[in-house]
Design a protein around this ligand. Structure first.
Ligand code: BV8
Length: 234
């Protein structure tokens, strides 16, 4: 019988690929809490600091070493082999799901490899550093580029599509997310209210673990392929 699955991934999905999670290493970057740098106020106050934050992460993502792990590969297989439909919603701004072969990825918090022009609102791919001297490839304006990333206090992307999918799914799985950040952390309650089976795949119980019917603890690279095998075998 055709399935309808929604999967939400977070920073723990990319941890085994070498990308630090928000709450690893006591969650600091250059002695700043990421939550304090990933805000419109921080960008207005010190754009160079915020550009440095994203340039460092972009350099790591494109360094040729960081690569998708077994969990990314398993979710791509699930998308291609599932008899039904799958919406993969990620809070992550890396491109590891796409590099593993996932095609239908919704980056609700934006994408590290794309930047947006505040003059013309166009979004362009930038794989290198972006700073106050970067020119918009569409309108040519200099110094108005910002990461195409959803900061704290900004509205996540694709919410209508996500809400519609949550209302009709029969399985909701969250992978590698601490359940700290809303509205993503509230998706499990919406899925349960719609009658979906809910499962959390995480290294440790998240802040919203009690909202899930099923919990599988362990590194994503181990527990996600096992779960995908079961879903495809069912
Ligand atoms: C919004 C892009 C209105 C930037 C990010 C009180 C109630 C409700 C809301 C709020 C509230 N107070 C403040 C808010 C609003 C705020 C919020 O939730 N703040 C938090 C701090 C309380 N939210 C917002 O501002 C959002 N916007 O609310 O708009 C609205 C609401 C509804 C509908 C429309 C509009 C916007 C938030 C987006 C912020 N941008 N990212 C960037 O990346 O630089 S959030 C960023 O942090 C990530 O994208 C991610 O979402 C979050 C980090 O969370 P996780 O992914 O969970 O990562 P974390 O490190 O926390 O946890 C990792 C987990 O993995 C851990 O559990 C760990 O155990 C596990 N793990 C580790 N290793 C592994 C592993 N698991 C498996 N395998 C492993 N190997």
């Amino acid at each position: 019988m055709a399935r309808s699955i929604v999967i939400l991934t977070g920073a723990g999905m990319s941890a085994e690929s070498g990308i630090a999670t928000f709450r690893d290493s006591d969650g600091l970057w250059e002695n700043h809490r990421p939550e304090d740098v990933a805000t419109p106020e921080a960008f207005a106050a010190d754009p160079d600091l915020v550009h440095r934050f994203y340039n460092a992460r972009r350099r790591q993502l494109t360094d040729g070493v960081v690569a998708p792990n077994a969990a990314h590969v398993a979710l791509a297989r699930l998308e291609h082999e599932l008899d039904g439909d799958l919406l993969l919603v990620t809070q992550n701004i890396d491109d590891l799901h796409e590099r593993a072969g996932s095609a239908n990825v919704l980056h609700m918090h934006g994408e590290l490899l794309r930047s947006r022009c505040r003059a013309c609102d166009s979004v362009s791919e930038f794989r290198g550093d972006v700073d106050a001297s970067t020119r918009c490839p569409v309108c040519g304006t200099e110094g108005e580029m910002r990461p195409h990333v959803v900061w704290f206090g900004e509205i996540p992307l694709g919410m209508d599509q996500i809400f519609t999918a949550l209302e009709r799914c029969d399985v909701f799985a969250a992978v590698g997310t601490s359940g700290n950040v809303y509205p993503a952390a509230g998706f499990v309650q919406m899925a349960r209210a719609a009658g979906a089976h809910t499962v959390e795949l995480n290294l440790e119980p998240s802040w919203v673990n009690t909202d899930f019917e099923e919990t599988r603890l362990g590194p994503a690279g181990t527990v996600v392929p096992q779960w995908v095998d079961e879903v495809l075998g069912a």
